[in-house]
Design a protein around this ligand. Structure first.
Ligand code: TXA
Ligand code: MG
Length: 315
C-alpha cells in the first residue's frame, strides 16, 4: 500500500533502507533514491518503467557537493548556481566514479541539481546522500505536481509519498550542459536562456543534435487522451463540443501561472473521457518557450477549426 505522509524521518529511513519514495520539489514531484546505491537506483527505473538509457538527475544540498560528484566543473556553473540554485536548474558536468554508471545510464556526465523545496532539502541533509530523482510519473506520462498526482501514477508501487503541497513551478527544471565546452540548454525550464546568458555573459546554444538528452525524445509528457494544438489560437473560444476538452490558458494572468497549472489541468482533462483535448501555444519567449516545448511533446499534432469542425492538419 502507498501512503501519503508528512513525516521527514520516515522518508529518510525509507531512503536509508535502499527504497524509492515520492518527494516534493519546487518543480514537480520526484521519485527519489540514494544515487550512490545501484540497487536503489535500479528500483527507480523499474518503478517508472523508465528506459535504462535515460540518465537521472542527481540532487544535492549545496555547491560543496558539486566537487564530490563532478569533475572539471567550469566557473560558469558556480556563477549560475550563485544566482539560481537552490532552484529549478540542473547542470551537466563530467562525472566522478563514485556515481554508479546506472545512475547516469552509462554516460560519463552527471546532471547535478540543488532543489529548493524545504522538505526535499531536509531529506538530503538528514540522509547525507545525494538523491537520484526523475519526475514521479510512469515513463512518458505527465509529471505530477501534487502528492495525490503521484499516488494516482504509482499507487501500490512505492511505500511512501512525502506530501509537500503543490509544486510552485509546475514544470521540470532547466537542464544545461557544459560537456562539450559550450553552454547548451538540453531542456527548457523556469530559468530562461536569457537569464543564463545575462549571468555567464556568453551565448547559450540549443541542442547540437549529437548532444541530446535521452529524456527529450518526442512524445513525452503525454496524456492518454490525444492532445492537439490549435493553429489559430483565437479559435479556441469557438469550440463548443462536449466530446472535446479545452486546455484554456486564458483564465491565467501570466506564463508563470500557466506553467504552474499546466500539468494539473492537463491531467484533470485527461480523466474526463474526452475524445480529444485541444490547446493553443503561448508566446514563444521566456518561460513560454518551456511551456510550448511541453505542449509540443505532449501533443499528437496540429489542428484547425473549419466549418465548425476540428480538422487535423497533415503536413
Ligand atoms: O525538475 C526536475 O528536474 C525534476 C525534479 C524531480 O527534480 N526531475 C526531472 O527528472 O525532471 P527527469 O528524469 O524526468 O528528467 C531529467 C532529464 C531527462 O531529459 C534526462 O535525459 C536528462 O535530464 N539528463 C539527466 N542526466 C543527463 C546526462 N548526464 N546527460 C544528458 N541528459 C541528462
Ligand atoms: Mg520526467
Amino acid at each position: 500500500m502507498t501512503r501519503i505522509i508528512k513525516d521527514i524521518d520516515t522518508a529518510v529511513k525509507e531512503i536509508m533502507n535502499g527504497n524509492v519514495i515520492g518527494l516534493p520539489t519546487e518543480t514537480v514531484y520526484g521519485l527519489a533514491a540514494n544515487a550512490l546505491n545501484e540497487n536503489a537506483v535500479m528500483k527507480i527505473f523499474e518503478t517508472k518503467d523508465r528506459p535504462r538509457f535515460n540518465p537521472l538527475i542527481v540532487h544535492v544540498s549545496g555547491t560543496d557537493a558539486f566537487e564530490m560528484y563532478g569533475e572539471n566543473i567550469p566557473d560558469d556553473v558556480y556563477s549560475l548556481a550563485e544566482k539560481f540554485s537552490p532552484g529549478p536548474i540542473a547542470y551537466i558536468v563530467k562525472k566522478k566514479k563514485v556515481i554508479p554508471d546506472i545512475t547516469t545510464a552509462g554516460n560519463d556526465s552527471v546532471a547535478l541539481r540543488i532543489p529548493s523545496h524545504e522538505m526535499f532539502r531536509e531529506v538530503l541533509l538528514k540522509s547525507g546522500v545525494p538523491l537520484a530523482a526523475p519526475s514521479a510519473n510512469r515513463s512518458g506520462k505527465i509529471s505530477p505536481t501534487s502528492a495525490e498526482d503521484v499516488l494516482s501514477e504509482l499507487e501500490g508501487k512505492i511505500n511512501y509519498i512525502l506530501d509537500g503541497g503543490r509544486c510552485e513551478v509546475g514544470i521540470e527544471s532547466t537542464v544545461i550542459s557544459f560537456i562539450d565546452g559550450e553552454a547548451r540548454i538540453l531542456r527548457y525550464g523556469a530559468v530562461t536562456k536569457k537569464e543564463i546568458e545575462d549571468v555567464i555573459g556568453k551565448t547559450v546554444h540549443g541542442n547540437s543534435g549529437k548532444l541530446v538528452s535521452p529524456g527529450q525524445l518526442k512524445s513525452h509528457y503525454a496524456p492518454m487522451t490525444p492532445l492537439y494544438i490549435l493553429d489559430d489560437p483565437t479559435e479556441l473560444k469557438n469550440i463548443k463540443d462536449n466530446k472535446m476538452g479545452v486546455l484554456d490558458f486564458s483564465v491565467y494572468n501570466n506564463v508563470k501561472e500557466i506553467a504552474l497549472n499546466l500539468y494539473s489541468d492537463l491531467s484533470k482533462l485527461d480523466k474526463m473521457n474526452y475524445d480529444i483535448i485541444v490547446c493553443s501555444k503561448v508566446d514563444d519567449e521566456g518561460l513560454g518557450i518551456a511551456i510550448n516545448d511541453r505542449l509540443e511533446r505532449a501533443s499528437s499534432g496540429k489542428v484547425k477549426f473549419e466549418d465548425n469542425e476540428i480538422k487535423i492538419i497533415t503536413e
